[in-house]
Ligand binder design. Structure first.
Ligand SMILES: [Zn+2]
Length: 117
């Protein structure tokens, strides 16, 4: 891969490919997504590294921040439910349940950060 100059942070970088989002179902299944839709700078995470003037992005707007709250809660519920299902399937193991809870919190936090980014 050749290195290009990022117009946002003025660093030489290899653009990182962004894949389209997929929907997380129960049991860790994912529906759709996975198609490369864009690329961003690995340093400043700007998708508009190749343009001099950044267009006002939809992501990061107040609307998206407000929308992210119910979406994050829904995602946490789904993940938490899936991990509980898994724990009871594994014989109600407390360790599996805790891993599920921690995993849900981490995944939800990462999702929230990514969504409002
Ligand atoms: Zn950059």
């Amino acid at each position: 891969m050749s290195r290009v100059l990022c117009n946002r942070c003025k660093r030489m970088m290899v653009p990182r490919v962004i894949f389209s989002r997929s929907i997380a179902g129960g049991w860790g299944w994912r529906i759709g997504g996975g198609k490369p839709i864009s690329s961003c700078c690995p340093f400043c995470l700007s998708e508009h590294w190749d343009v001099v003037v950044e267009p006002s992005p939809l992501r990061g707007s107040v609307l998206m921040k407000v929308l992210s709250i119910p979406l994050t809660l829904i995602m946490f519920t789904l993940l938490f439910g899936a991990s509980n299902e898994l724990a009871s399937y594994m014989g109600g193991s407390a360790i599996v349940q805790w891993i599920g809870v921690i995993g849900s919190v981490v995944a939800t936090y990462k999702f929230g950060r990514w969504f409002v980014n």
